[in-house]
Design a protein around this ligand. Structure first.
Ligand code: FPP
Length: 227
C-alpha cells in the first residue's frame, strides 16, 4: 500500500492556460477536465486510494455568470456522461460541498453518479463543488446544535462532515504557482503536507502524479511529535 493514501489537489491555472492561447477562460476549464482524467489514471497507477479535487469553491460564485454557468454545465453533463469510463476504472465518485446553492440538474447527475459507482473501490474521488473549509465546519457545528449537542470536540465536528469515512488528506498540492489553501480542506489539513507546482493545471498528466508521489515520500511527518 502506498504511503500516500489521500491526495488533495487545488486545480489552478485554467484561466491563464487559456489566456496564453488567446482562448476564452472556459476553454481552460474544458482542458482542465482532460487533465483531471489523466490525473485520475495516474492516481490509480500510483495506488493512491482517495483523491479530492477542488472544482468550485464557495467563493467562485463571484466569477462572471457565463463562467459559473459553464462550470455548472460541466458538473451536470460531464461527470455522469463519463460513467462508463469512471466505472471501468473502478472509481467511486462522491460530492463534497454545500448542496444548497447547486443547480438541481447538477445535484441529480452527481447523486446518480454516486449511486452507480458506490461499489467501486479502486479510487474514491471526492469532487469538491461549492465547497469551502469554513462552510464545512459551520455546517457540521450547526448540525450538532440542531441535535441539541452543547459541547463539541474535533471528532464530533468531523463526524458531521459530508464524507466522514474518508481519512484526512495526506498531501495537498496546488498547480500554477500560487501558494495558498484558498479555503480548501481547512479542518483536515491540520497535518497535511503541502506542495506547490508551477505547471498550470491543464498541463498536468499521469507523470505529474508520479512526481507528486515521489515528493511526498521524501517528507518526514511527525504530527507534532518527535521522529
Ligand atoms: C481554477 O483555475 C479552476 C477552477 C475554478 C475550476 C476547476 C474545474 C475543472 C478543472 C473542471 C472539473 C470538471 C468536472 C466535471 C469535475 P482558474 O480559472 O482560477 O485559473 P487562473 O487562476 O489561471 O485564472
Amino acid at each position: 500500500m502506498s504511503g500516500l493514501v489521500h491526495l488533495g489537489i487545488i486545480m489552478d491555472g485554467n484561466g491563464r492556460w487559456a489566456k496564453m492561447r488567446n482562448l476564452p477562460r472556459v476553454a481552460g476549464h474544458l482542458e482542465g477536465l482532460k487533465s483531471l482524467k489523466k490525473v485520475i489514471k495516474g492516481c490509480i497507477d500510483e495506488e493512491i486510494r482517495y483523491l479530492t479535487v477542488y472544482c468550485f469553491s464557495t467563493e467562485n460564485w463571484k466569477r462572471p455568470a457565463s463562467e459559473v454557468n459553464y462550470l455548472m454545465a460541466l458538473f451536470t453533463n460531464k461527470v455522469y456522461g463519463e460513467i462508463k469510463a469512471i466505472s471501468s476504472l473502478g472509481v467511486q465518485v462522491r460530492l463534497l460541498g454545500n448542496r444548497s446553492a447547486l443547480p438541481e440538474a447538477a445535484l441529480k447527475a452527481l447523486d446518480r453518479t454516486r449511486e452507480e459507482t458506490k461499489n467501486n473501490d479502486k479510487l474514491i474521488l471526492q469532487l469538491a463543488i461549492n465547497y469551502g473549509g469554513h462552510d464545512e465546519i459551520v455546517r457540521a457545528v450547526n448540525s450538532l446544535i440542531k441535535d441539541g449537542i452543547k459541547e463539541v470536540s474535533a471528532e464530533l465536528i468531523r463526524s458531521r462532515f459530508d464524507n466522514p469515512d474518508i481519512p484526512p488528506v495526506d498531501f495537498i498540492v496546488r498547480s500554477a504557482g500560487e501558494e495558498r489553501l484558498s479555503n480548501f480542506l481547512l479542518f483536515d489539513s491540520a497535518y497535511s503536507e503541502l506542495g506547490f507546482y508551477d505547471k498550470l493545471w491543464p498541463d498536468w498528466d499521469e507523470d505529474m502524479i508520479k512526481t507528486v508521489k515521489q515528493d511526498f515520500l521524501k517528507r518526514t511527518r511527525r504530527f507534532g511529535g518527535l521522529t
